[in-house]
Design a protein. Sequence first.
Length: 337
Amino acid sequence: MPDNPSVILSGFADEAANQKTAVQQFSAFAAMGLQYYTIRFIDAGKGVKNVMQLTKSEITQVRHLEDEYGLNVSSLGSPIGKVKLLDVEDGSHNKFVPFKKYVSKDVQKACELAHAFETKLIRGFSFYHPRRTAPSDHIPQVVDRLGQIAETCHRSDLIFGLEIEANLVGQSGALLAEIYRQVKHPALMLIFDAGNITSMGNSAREVFDQYTDMKRGIGWMHIKDYKHPGPIVKTDHVDEAALKNFVPADIGDSGHEAILRDFRDAVPALARKLKRRGIPGVFLDLEPHVKGGGQFGGFSGPDGMAAALYGLCRVLDYVGIDYHLRDFDDVRAARGF
């Protein structure tokens, strides 16, 4: 019998920390046996900041703590692309940044941070279109902008991952797949997130169909799930400030078992593709939001993150995908035994 394909487990470490301090984040992840994390919000001694606002001294402090706790960064959890596509008043609080400035300042800063944390992956988004307009109407402009972002990342030998999420132009698998097809750039990949799709009022069958739409472009996955509190109700706009009902992947309505069983066959070829770009393998990145989610982050607590990790492991064990958590040999190696 052939060996099972293997993935690398990671997670948004800020979700595991009550005050988001670096020590809290890294202690929780090390205790759970994780060796990779996505950096998003962190307190490196001067208050909680988004990774994009870290100073050089804070970056150095985080890197020292990573070594102490035996952790590496899987991806930069940047907010790139979570700004308005057009400078129009639509009743939202989303900001607009002139795109030329956005690329030269924000996107370039994200590339520099990715190198500082020795990761090849930057998480990003597909821009907010004006409310009450059809996202498909804005695909040409989004394709142009994401093409420029991808090229900026490519020049730094990085990958820009486009996450599926409500209220953005790329809010469905079909829309993201079309953006991916039109951009057609080696530095652009897609990030599948079943929980984000389910929270928009989709059934497990519809989530799987959107996964299928995205499958060709998927570079890695975010793992969160959602439990419908009552009858499934589709919505064109999600109130991100009120998001709740997220649960571990083994008890939600997204159908992670079917998705990961299908993804299992794609893992070996994708791992080879990523390794050619200097990426260690296929990441499944926990972003569980089990104690609440929002527009720019979420929270699970150390207990919620552990429950989400073990729920994912149960699904992976069931569908035959291998993964690694720290064991005593890893501890001995870190101590130089």
